[in-house]
Design a protein around this ligand. Sequence first.
Ligand code: ZN
Ligand code: ZN
Length: 330
Amino acid sequence: PSSASSHTHWHRVRQERNAMESRSRATDEKADGWRSNGIVWRNVILMALLHIGAVYSLLVIPRAKPLTWVWSYVCFIVTALGVTAGVHRLWSHRSYRAKLPLRVFLAAANSMAFQNDIYEWARDHRVHHKFSETDADPHNATRGFFFAHIGWLFVRKHCDVIEKGKKLDVTDLLADPVVQFQRKYYKTTVLIMCFLVPTVVPWYFWGETLWNSYFLASILRYTVSLNVTWLVNSAAHMYGNRPYDQNISPRENRWVTFGAIGEGFHNFHHTFPFDYSTSEFGPRFNPTTCFIDLMCWMSLASNRKKASVEIIQARKLRTGDGSYGEGLTD
Ligand SMILES: [Zn+2]
Ligand SMILES: [Zn+2]
């Protein structure tokens, strides 16, 4: 009987060890998530089609009416504000306060941008700031330009992004009824703001063909605004100077500043993320800051947060690379 019981004992020990090993294998794979993660083919195909459509749109430009060009540019600016003044400076960073009518406008503009709803974008962006250049950063720039730019949308989120994202405080986002509404009706609002309104307005008001307005104000405008936003994650995390903190990757990139209506002062922004201007230079080179200032003047916004000159100077001397202002003048 003793040999039989010891046999079952060892059998049980072996079973437990196997179970443990397979459990630890599972967690290893999870920790190495981005390598074993599958490709999100839906996004790959949609982005490929979108970019082919955008290239085709270039052929449509000469055939369209000049008013349609102007309209497409207006749509681009509104789209950009929905990201920069809206989900970025207001909802992700709370760098100023906005009254209900302005929040409604910014949420509509954000649906025009079609870059995930405000709640998800802001949560991911807070993770990006808190865990920059680590696996928990959704567009970790240490994985190269392509990944930081668009590649991060082609693979499943790294488990660290999801885990760290769950631990962040997002109660302020959940408490905003505008954020709740936009999340609840996201698909409908995207259909209206990103595709229907840009396409129908030129057709209705100045007799543009639906084909031309669809490709210019919707497809081309959407593709350009996506790439401009992505340049902040890719180029502005790789190329440029670091006057405020040379120990972090984000940099001052004037080309990105120009395209992303004021969001290329990225070394400053990661050093002082609470600053509503995302730059030391206030409204200079910064249409988004001008817009927020205008909203304050119209009493639709208030409580702009700003890093003081003394704090900025002290920080430059302590951790900067000594290239004061060069990102703007060289
Ligand atoms: Zn930010
Ligand atoms: Zn960044």
